[in-house]
Design a protein around this ligand. Sequence first.
Ligand code: ADP
Ligand code: AMP
Length: 215
Amino acid sequence: MKIIMLGAPGAGKGTQAKMIAAKYGIPHVSTGDIFRANIKNGTELGKEAKKYMDQGLLVPDELTVKILLDRVAQADCANGYVLDGFPRTIPQAEVLDKALAELGDAIDIAIDVDVPDENIVKRMSGRRACLNCGATYHVEHIPPRKEGICDNCGQALVLRDDDKPETVLNRLAVYHSQTQPLIDYYTAKGILKTVDGTVDMEEVFAAIVELLENK
Ligand code: ADP
Ligand code: AMP
C-alpha cells in the first residue's frame, strides 16, 4: 500500500503516519525528517535545505524530488510506504506519479488530515520534537512521560526552529498557495479521502484505519 498524507503543517500528518507505519509494517518516509537529519549531520544538503526551512519556505523541487525518489527506491519500500510531507507541490506529485507509472505502479490513497488554521499555530507552538529519532510530542495533548525527554530514545526534546509562531504563519501561507492544490489533484484521480484532524489522535487514527481497510 502506498499512502500519501496531506494536510497543513501541524495537522498531525507525522503523528498519524507513524501509527500507520507501525500497524501495517511499512516505512514512514518524511522529507522533513530527512532534511533535519542532514542538518544535524552538517551535510551540504542540510546546509542548503536549512536556508529555506528556517524561513518557512519550501526546499526547491529539484533537491526534494531526488531525495524522495532515492528513498522510495530502497528495498524496505518494496511493499509500500507512507509519505509524510511529500508531495508539497503539483510538480512534485507529477514527478512521483511518473516515476511510479514507469514501474507500472501508482499511489493507492491520499489522506487529507483536515485542521483549520486557527488550531495550527497553537499545535505548532506546543510541538516538541526529538531530532535523534524523529518522535513528536505536544506539551498539552501528547506529552512525553518525562518532561523534555524523548520516551523512545531518552534524548532532549526541542522546539523546532521553524515552529516559532512567525515562521508558522509563513508556512501556512506557503501551504495554502503551493500544497493545498494537491487536494484537487488527488480528488481528480479519485484517490483523495479526508479525515477530521481536530479530534484526538486515536480517533483520527481509527478513521484512517477504517478508510484503509475499506479500500
Ligand atoms: P505534521 O506532521 O502534520 O506537521 P505533527 O504530527 O507533528 O504534524 O503534529 C503537530 C503537533 O500536534 C504535534 O505536537 C503533535 O503531537 C500534535 N498532535 C498531532 N495530532 C494531534 C491531535 N489529534 N490532537 C492534538 N494534538 C495533536
Ligand atoms: P515538515 O517536517 O514536513 O513540517 O517539513 C519541514 C520543512 O522541510 C518544510 O517547511 C520545508 O521547508 C521542508 N520540506 C519538507 N518536505 C518538503 C517538500 N516535499 N518540498 C519542499 N520542502 C519540504
